[in-house]
Design a protein around this ligand. Sequence first.
Ligand code: ATP
Length: 475
Amino acid sequence: MNYKQALNHDIFKSISQSAQDLGVDCYVIGGFVRDLLLERENSKDIDIVAVGSGIELASHVSQSLPNSPKVQIFKTYGTAMLRYNDIDVEFVGARKESYTKDSRNPVVETGTLEDDQNRRDFTINALALSLNEVNYGDLIDPFNGLSDLEKGIIKTPLDPDITFSDDPLRMLRAIRFATQLNFKIEKASFEAIERNKDRIKIITKERIVVELNKILETSKPSTGFKLLEKTGLLEYILPELTALKGIEEIEGQRHKDNFYHTLEVVDNICKTTDNLWLRWAALLHDIGKAPTKKFTKKNGWTFHAHEFVGSKMVYKLFKRLKMPLNDKMKFVQKMVLMSSRPIALASEVTDSAVRRLIFDAGEHVEDLMTLCEADITTKNPKRFRKYHNNFKLVREKISEVEERDRIRNFQPPVTGEEIMRTFNLGPSREIGMIKETIKEAILDGKIPNEHEAAYELMLEKGKKLGLTISNEKEI
Ligand code: ATP
């Protein structure tokens, strides 16, 4: 691995020179070193640890760089940050940390490089590269992090029970890194997560969601969710998902395990979209199945109205996890609510059903199709092909109907104002009734989505409602 080449970058040379001027030692540490050694796409975040003041070093480095970039100082944390071109460099003084039982925020004192490496979460995140003249580019690896990188292992540098209990967020980070890097969590660390799982309660919801999002942003999130489930963490974080686990059998009838099905759907959708919220929708699309599950002799297993129940659960879940209750949440709700609609369509693709689908899904109709295609997890190749072909037909029909009828972002061809003017009406119930009649007629294909036809229907409906047009003529 030719990582030393990366250290020829002028930013490292400047930091090295500044450190020498100040008479302090300094190192690149953490994620940047890990990703460099893994030959992963180079991170734009560089962490520098100075055995001395990180803030002083940052100011000195800034002065040595062209245009002296602004240094942001975070006094409480003893850190400083500057942006050079598109790289964020964070400086921190080497520190020693000690924890109390009810907080993940440690008491901090100045320390050596070794102390600073001891406080890191995983061996692969404790690797440091020297920026000091005497051993520039040397890897300082007290915990065999390099070997763990090569073997693909996530392991804490010190006693995992202490590491995870001190800062329980690390349990989620372990699972997130295992998912992102496709690594295994070493046995002792894994077992320590199982033992310390209830400590996750002291972690803020916002931080938990950051990690969940990072898992969902990988190409195979099922790895992370299976680990969350196996360690017992998922029950604390997303009990709606663990409730989907298991297969029940009554009178020889079984339903599928909706937890593992969900994870397959999530992995599937990651192949076709980077949209985080659509990925969330895939994760939550079946959560209504646990509370609605029923067995009857007549119908076997049913999950009646699970899409509606699920979409209501989305709101509660977002609220509990302090996720944004904005249009992102509404989008996820809508996807969950509509998640069975195209499936119902697939057996018979009529124009009016497609028009209604476009009307209800609006601008999100493609996303909905993407979700439904990901939902096909049958292992029967014949059925798999059949369902995909059906959805292909639905997609074709959507563009055909779209082109002709412009249903998406539907604007009524006759406005409320025009209805009021025509019948000399003030705001009233009749206006809504006429508009609804026109909309329904367009969606059913009884009239085209055009002004002339809609105007005629308006007159007809007005007549039925006993309205007179404004020039006092009875119609
Ligand atoms: P990514 O950028 O993908 O999140 P990263 O490793 O750079 O990966 P950061 O959160 O930026 O992650 O952290 C930088 C470094 O700080 C880590 O590599 C690790 O050494 C240390 N670190 C971060 N969070 C913790 C923690 N909770 N406990 C111990 N060390 C941590």
